[in-house]
Design a protein around this ligand. Structure first.
Ligand code: F3S
Length: 283
């Protein structure tokens, strides 16, 4: 058996920066530290942070009642009205929005103010996309399929600006961009898929094409992990999504297999190691 772990597997720059910062803050003072939503989409990490004192707030009513607290903005960013409300209520904001996401907020604001209609390629229910949408002055549309594009009631000459959710599937996004470019003469585009995502997806494709079994490590609640799984499954039928070391028992055991491994941006190194140790022991 051979195991090949992708160089880009696991925490990306933005997640590492956020997780390290929150552990440091908890060490300094574990009291009254709040996060709007789970800090990252990984239950192992969020459980540990909770045990050390981090309080997760999800309801709008609870957010409204936060006053004079330390409040963390996670890597996805948040909607502008919520940010403004937290400021208004005199909270001390620790803004850990990934710089790649902040860049999209800035672009959307600028182009929207210059009269462009904005198209975001991504999942409209993803918190990152909700945050991006909130920075447009008006006319912003989220598309993830050809059908979504067909439903746009634009004129061919409209000024259109296209951005991407940072963790969008690059292959699908390129297809949609080609359609949009053909439809609208006056379109501008900034590729906002972050390098970490792009590199990880490219790597998974190569591994999946050459390995007998693929292990994608991460939580099912993480959209970038699910996308890695989808890409891998396309090229390697024996692809498994593993959230914990326990899931190793679900892998069909064969001898002399070449196993490729990748992990979502919110998967910590220690979880990858734990799972790989189980694989080595079981196979
Ligand atoms: Fe940032 Fe990309 Fe990670 S947008 S949070 S570096 S996946």
């Amino acid at each position: 058996m051979e195991i090949i772990v992708g160089k880009n597997a696991g925490f990306c720059f933005g997640v590492k920066r956020a997780v390290d910062a929150v552990y440091d803050l908890l060490k300094e003072n574990p009291r009254d530290l709040y996060s709007i939503g789970p800090l990252i989409h990984n239950e192992t990490v969020t459980k540990d942070l909770k045990s050390k004192g981090l309080i997760e707030i999800n309801d709008y009513d609870d957010i409204k009642n936060l006053k004079n607290k330390r409040v963390i903005i996670r890597t996805h960013g948040i909607e502008k009205n919520i940010y403004d409300l937290l400021k208004f209520n005199n909270n001390s904001i620790v803004d850990l929005t990934c710089p790649f996401v902040s860049k999209i907020h800035k672009l959307v604001k600028e182009y929207s103010e210059s009269g462009y209609k904005i198209i975001v390629i991504g999942d409209k229910d993803h918190p990152e996309v909700k945050g991006i949408v909130s920075y447009a002055k008006n006319d912003i549309y989220v598309v993830i399929s050809k059908e979504d594009i067909n439903s746009l009631k634009f004129d061919r000459n409209d000024k259109v600006f296209i951005v991407f959710q940072t963790t969008t599937n690059a292959e699908n996004a390129q297809k949609l961009v080609d359609i949009l470019r053909d439809l609208f003469y006056n379109s501008r585009l900034v590729n906002t898929i972050c390098n970490a995502t792009q590199n990880r997806q490219d790597e998974v494709k190569i591994l999946a094409e050459t390995c007998d079994v693929m292990l994608i490590i991460g939580s099912n609640t993480s959209s970038n992990t699910r996308k890695l799984y989808e890409i891998s499954k396309k090229y390697c039928e024996n692809t498994y999504l593993l959230a914990s070391a326990d899931d190793v028992k679900n892998i069909k055991k064969e001898k002399n297999f070449k196993i490729g491994v990748s992990a979502g941006a919110s998967t910590p190194k220690y979880l990858i190691e734990e799972i790989l140790n189980n694989v080595r022991n079981e196979f």
